[in-house]
Design a protein around this ligand. Structure first.
Ligand code: BZD
Length: 837
């Protein structure tokens, strides 16, 4: 308000206020201006990279206008906002998304062509914003798209990693990690050097009585690191709403301390301090399922939580409302346990800094937070050692202990006969060293806990959170089945299919209400529609085939059945089951007479995904896939009947090419281990079918598309425990087909067998925890069914069209409306009409 332009000058201001381009001419003008001035290049010196930059800057200008307007409208509206705290946002590319969301892609295409460029070449110049590992990070990105599209006032908060998830190279069949320095040129971010927060670490807590006799705690003598805000606009589709994603970057605070060092000649030491501070936001941890307890990771978590909360509280305080109104103005969603420290941090702000009483503060905290769980795997549940928290965050540890004390007293009062429950539900695990169980803290500090698919939400209530259902009752727990944004995962990745659907439905409205897709089921027998649908699938397969040849040097036939498994490599996701199946198929082909081979359905098995750098078993699986690929692809006798491809460096922009090209995709986790899965939804939405276990969202996909349109196999989650038990105590016999696969590996056909012995032994000797052998036969039989089904191309086409038409439920718009209603209690804020008041 202080810095606003005085009334008499506002007319001049408004006259020259920034305008959005609307025609190809205006777009070209904006691009050329940016290339010539912002980039200092010319028409004699403009390659595709420069044309990308100019285009991105032109669109950025356009986004900024609506972004500013949205932020101002949200401030004035004075209503509840959502804050989505996620350590990961796997955004992928921004330009294509920006063009589609503001509805200017055709204008840009025409303009670029007049300037001498092809849209596709320009779009592919952009590097992915790869600030995430996998499903959890991509879900956060889909949610941002839906929040803006549905006009919810919402902010995302994360870290501005200098290095995103590593780039994967395959060298001699092995994964090699290369750093992803992505910030070289990033037109989408705005540094806010005036928006900073000082974050404290280490130090000690001093307690004293104030005049009124109240105990006061002061956390002091710590080390300060400064958080600088970097903002990125998040445009909604077909709406003016443009929300904000705020990323924090760490830098040394310019306190007296540094200057003293600097002036006293300790130049190196002061630079070292600088670098130590910058390390906090330097790199995204690449582990997606194993907790390693590294101090730097905990520092990242607190740095980000403290900066974000400070920011949220600062915004709230401007409203001058009473503290009890905080939960009416603020909903904070915790994406997994990574931001759990936000809970003791808010409690600390309220009691230590704002002087609230414990109980009043705690009730505000609980009403503010919601917690989303994404896993039941025990090794993935976050725990931090008490000594580490004591050292890094001494005041928070005290608060955590007090939260725990109050909670355990409550449990004791209400369940006096269940004394052994206390140690089970305690936030502190009595191990050596003691550990803080972050999932329990997140649950206790939130008013709702949700899982991400029905089975998963049921499982958390009967396994990891069983006691808490008893303590709080079932209403604290809910389900929000994951979803995906149809803007990126249909319209952007598969523009021809999107256009075909729009041509039948009369508009692109279905991109804002995906349930409208059901209307295309009426065209399932329409000859012309079927032909167009099939042609599009073929073209997408041809595109992936061309990409595979260009990048991997492997020639594949687009007429073959494309079988795809792309996701992080993990034993529970069972890429090993897939590759053993491929070996089995190869052995069968080799044993056939040429006559019989002629009847076989040709197939290409595609794999893609990164392994965590320290996860040896996952890296072994990648190695095996590549070795098998080498042998099979070189086998002239087999030719096009079977090809195996490992697609290097799987990421969001590659997913946009890969997913529309599938006939079958594999979602074959051990039942009960995959919380939801979201790529399964993307594949079906793009006209592919699924082979999968009864796990995660596969179950709800089956409910929607019908049992005839999905290939389910394998044991059920309720049988997993018994089966595991049998491996140790029963007389378990390995499936003879799988035995043969192992014998082949041991024969050295795929290179030194010793390299794969740990993988084979995990199944043969060490209990086969993921039940590969138990599901192998069922898997192979189901693959046979798929071969047969695929031969009837007409019936297959009917299945795929029917499935697409029934995928409306899986839009992330539906998720966001559910969160808004069941967890956040927020309303959308409709933007004014263009040119309106
Ligand atoms: O979250 C995934 C689950 O495995 C999927 O089943 C689910 O669909 C998605 C979205 O809910 N979890 C992850 O992707 N987890 C991580 O990436 C991760 C990252 C850091 C630390 C721990 C886990």
């Amino acid at each position: 308000v202080e810095a606003s332009i005085p009334e008499p000058q506002r007319a001049a201001w408004k006259k020259y206020s920034a305008k959005e381009f609307t025609t190809p001419d205006e777009f070209e003008q904006a691009v050329v201006k940016h290339i010539e001035t912002t980039l200092a290049r010319s028409l004699f010196n403009c390659d595709e990279a420069a044309a990308y930059s100019g285009t991105a800057l032109a669109f950025r200008d356009r986004l900024v206008i609506e972004w500013n307007r949205t932020q101002q409208q949200q401030t004035l509206a004075d209503q509840k906002r959502v804050y989505y705290l996620s350590l990961e946002f796997l955004m992928g590319r921004a330009l294509d998304n920006a063009m589609l969301n503001v509805g200017m892609k055709d204008v840009a295409r025409k303009g670029l062509s007049e300037l001498g460029f092809r849209m596709e070449d320009i779009v592919s110049q952009e590097r992915d914003a790869a600030l995430g590992n996998g499903g959890l990070g991509r879900l956060a990105a889909c949610f941002l798209d839906s929040l803006a599209t549905l006009n919810y006032p919402a902010w995302g908060y994360a870290l501005r990693y200098k290095y995103g998830i590593f780039r994967q190279e395959i060298i001699d069949g092995y994964q090699v990690e290369v750093p992803d320095y992505w910030l070289d040129f990033n037109p989408w971010e705005f540094p806010r050097h005036d928006v900073t927060v000082d974050v404290q670490f280490y130090g000690n807590v001093r307690k004293y009585m104030d005049e009124s006799g109240k105990q006061v705690s002061v956390w002091e003598n710590g080390e300060i690191v400064t958080a600088v805000a970097y903002d990125a606009p998040v445009p909604g589709y077909g709406t003016r709403t443009t929300n904000n994603l705020r990323l924090w970057s760490s830098k040394a605070s310019h306190g007296e301390f540094d200057f003293t060092k600097f002036n006293s000649g300790e130049y190196e030491a002061s630079v070292a301090d600088q670098q130590r501070a910058e390390t906090i936001s330097a790199v995204l941890y690449p582990n997606d399922s194993l907790e390693r307890g590294k101090e730097l990771r905990l520092k990242q978590q607190y740095f980000w939580c403290a900066a974000s909360l400070y920011d949220i509280v600062r915004r709230f305080k401007k409203s001058k409302k009473a503290w009890k109104d905080f939960p009416n103005q603020v909903a904070i969603q915790l994406n997994d346990t990574h931001p759990t420290l936000a809970i003791p941090e808010l409690q600390r702000i309220l009691i230590d800094q704002e002087g609230l009483e414990w109980d009043e503060a705690w009730s505000i905290v609980q009403s503010t937070f919601g917690y989303t769980n994404h896993t039941v795997l025990p090794e993935a549940l976050e725990k931090w050692s008490v000594p580490l928290i004591q050292h890094l965050l001494p005041r928070h540890l005290q608060i955590i202990y007090d939260i725990n004390l109050n909670f355990l007293q409550y449990v004791e009062r209400n369940f006096p006969k269940e004394r052994d429950m206390l140690s089970r539900v305690s936030i502190i695990e009595e191990s050596n060293p003691k550990m803080v169980r972050m999932a329990y803290l997140a649950l206790i500090g939130s008013h709702k806990v949700n899982g991400v698919a029905e089975l998963h939400s049921d499982l958390i209530k009967t396994t990891i959170f069983k006691d808490f259902v008893k303590i709080y009752g079932p209403d604290k727990f809910t389900n929000v089945t994951n979803g995906i944004t149809p803007r990126r995962w249909l319209h952007q990745a598969n523009p021809r299919l999107s256009e075909l659907i729009a041509s039948k439905l009369g508009s692109y409205d279905y991109l804002r209400d995906l349930t409208l897709l059901h209307k295309i089921e009426a065209y399932v027998d329409d000859k012309e529609f079927r032909k167009a649908f099939q042609d599009i699938k073929y073209a997408n397969k041809a595109r992936l085939a061309a990409y595979t040849l260009e990048v991997q040097g492997i020639k594949v036939n687009p007429k073959a059945l494309f079988d795809i498994q792309v996701k992080r490599i993990h034993e529970y996701k069972r890429q090993q089951l897939n590759i053993f199946g491929v070996i089995h198929r190869y052995l069968e082909l080799k044993a056939m007479s040429p006559k019989d081979r002629n009847k076989v359905q040709p197939r290409v098995s595609f794999f893609g995904g990164k392994a965590a750098p320290g996860y040896w078993m996952a890296k072994t699986v990648i190695h095996l896939i590549n070795q098998v690929s080498k042998v099979i692809n070189a086998d002239k006798e087999i030719g096009d009947l079977l090809k195996v491809v490992f697609l290097e460096d799987y990421n969001v922009s590659k997913a946009e090419i890969i997913i529309p090209a599938s006939d079958i995709s594999e979602h074959i986790s051990t039942a009960g281990t995959e919380a939801s899965g979201t790529s399964n939804m993307k594949f079906v939405l793009n006209g592919g079918l699924v082979i999968g276990t009864c796990d995660g969202a596969n179950i709800e996909i089956t409910r929607e598309v019908g049992e005839d349109n999905i290939f389910l196999f394998g044991n059920l989650s309720e049988d997993v425990e018994d089966l595991r038990h049998q491996h140790f105590y029963g007389d378990f016999k390995l499936d003879p087909m799988l035995q043969k696969v192992f014998d082949t590996i041991k024969s050295g056909m795929f290179g030194d067998a010793g390299q794969f012995s740990a993988l084979v032994n995990s199944i043969v000797e060490h209990g086969d925890y993921y039940l590969v052998s138990d599901d192998f036969k069922s898997y192979i039989d189901t693959q046979k069914l798929i071969d047969e089904a695929y031969k009837d191309q007409e019936a297959w086409l009917t299945k795929t069209i029917t499935s697409v038409s029934r995928m409306g439920f899986f839009s992330s718009d539906r998720c966001i409306d559910e969160y808004a209603e069941m967890i956040w209690n927020v309303e959308p804020l409709t933007p004014p009409k263009q040119n309106g008041a």
